[in-house]
Design a protein around this ligand. Structure first.
Ligand SMILES: CC(C)(COP(=O)(O)OP(=O)(O)OC[C@H]1O[C@@H](n2cnc3c(N)ncnc32)[C@H](O)[C@@H]1OP(=O)(O)O)[C@@H](O)C(=O)NCCC(=O)NCCS
Length: 185
């Protein structure tokens, strides 16, 4: 499972773009401008890039301000909110948008896929109990919610509308409310 560090934001963005190009069968990265589910990823990587610089130059301050100004448009048009400060590995793909939320304290591995309505969020019960940790190659299907300090290991599939409140082991399929492990795949 990936935790912190590793590739830079720009290197991760290249891998994100590769995944989008393959998944959407696009011939050129320029066409990604038409894919609104790519915008939140782009904005997140720009913020990640700016935040990774200890000393910011003028150019990075300007990029930061532009990113802040674009936020309402990207959030509004994609219906997706990836909070600044989340740690997301390379090759992330939002397969559709609307209702996707990633909390600022979430840790997400490489090559994870989000479908519409998938949320990786804190419990918000006032106890500050922590945020989800998600491994590599995890698929979060339509409408699923991963809530609180749970760990989802590599290659898990979280089924449509599942609500995950417990750790899920490697390779499992988790379904239902609260989610239970149905089988390995
Ligand atoms: C999780 C999922 C991938 C599992 O598919 P699968 O491997 O073919 O699994 P099965 O259909 O054989 O189901 C296995 C068991 O899980 C149950 N199950 C499957 N998906 C479920 C779900 N979302 N919620 C509750 N139970 C579910 C089945 O009823 C079955 O239960 P049983 O063993 O008691 O009969 C799939 O059901 C799912 O949720 N897909 C999400 C679809 C989606 O979001 N698509 C996005 C692109 S449009």
């Amino acid at each position: 499972m990936r935790t912190k560090g590793g590739n830079t934001a720009i290197q991760k963005l290249k891998k994100d773009i590769d995944r989008y190009l393959t998944d959407y069968n696009l011939s050129s990265p320029l066409k990604l401008i038409l894919i609104n589910e790519f915008w939140p990823v782009l904005l997140f990587r720009i913020e990640e890039y700016v935040d990774s610089r200890e000393k910011k130059n003028l150019c990075q301050y300007v990029i930061n301000i532009l990113a802040l100004l674009f936020h309402p448009f990207v959030n509004g048009l994609s219906g997706t909110k990836i909070f600044r400060g989340a740690q997301i590995g390379e090759g992330v793909l939002l397969h559709g948008s609307f209702g996707i939320v990633v909390t600022a304290r979430a840790i997400i591995g490489n090559n994870c896929t989000f479908f519409p309505g998938a949320a990786v969020i804190q419990k918000a019960n006032g106890k500050k109990e922590g945020a989800p940790k998600i491994g590599n190659n995890v698929k979060l299907m339509n409408g699923c919610k991963i809530i609180g300090a749970v760990t989802i290991e590599d290659n898990v599939v979280v089924g449509a509308n599942a609500v995950v409140l417990q750790d899920i082991p490697k390779g499992a399929i988790a379904v239902g409310i609260p989610a239970v492990i149905k089988k390995n795949h």
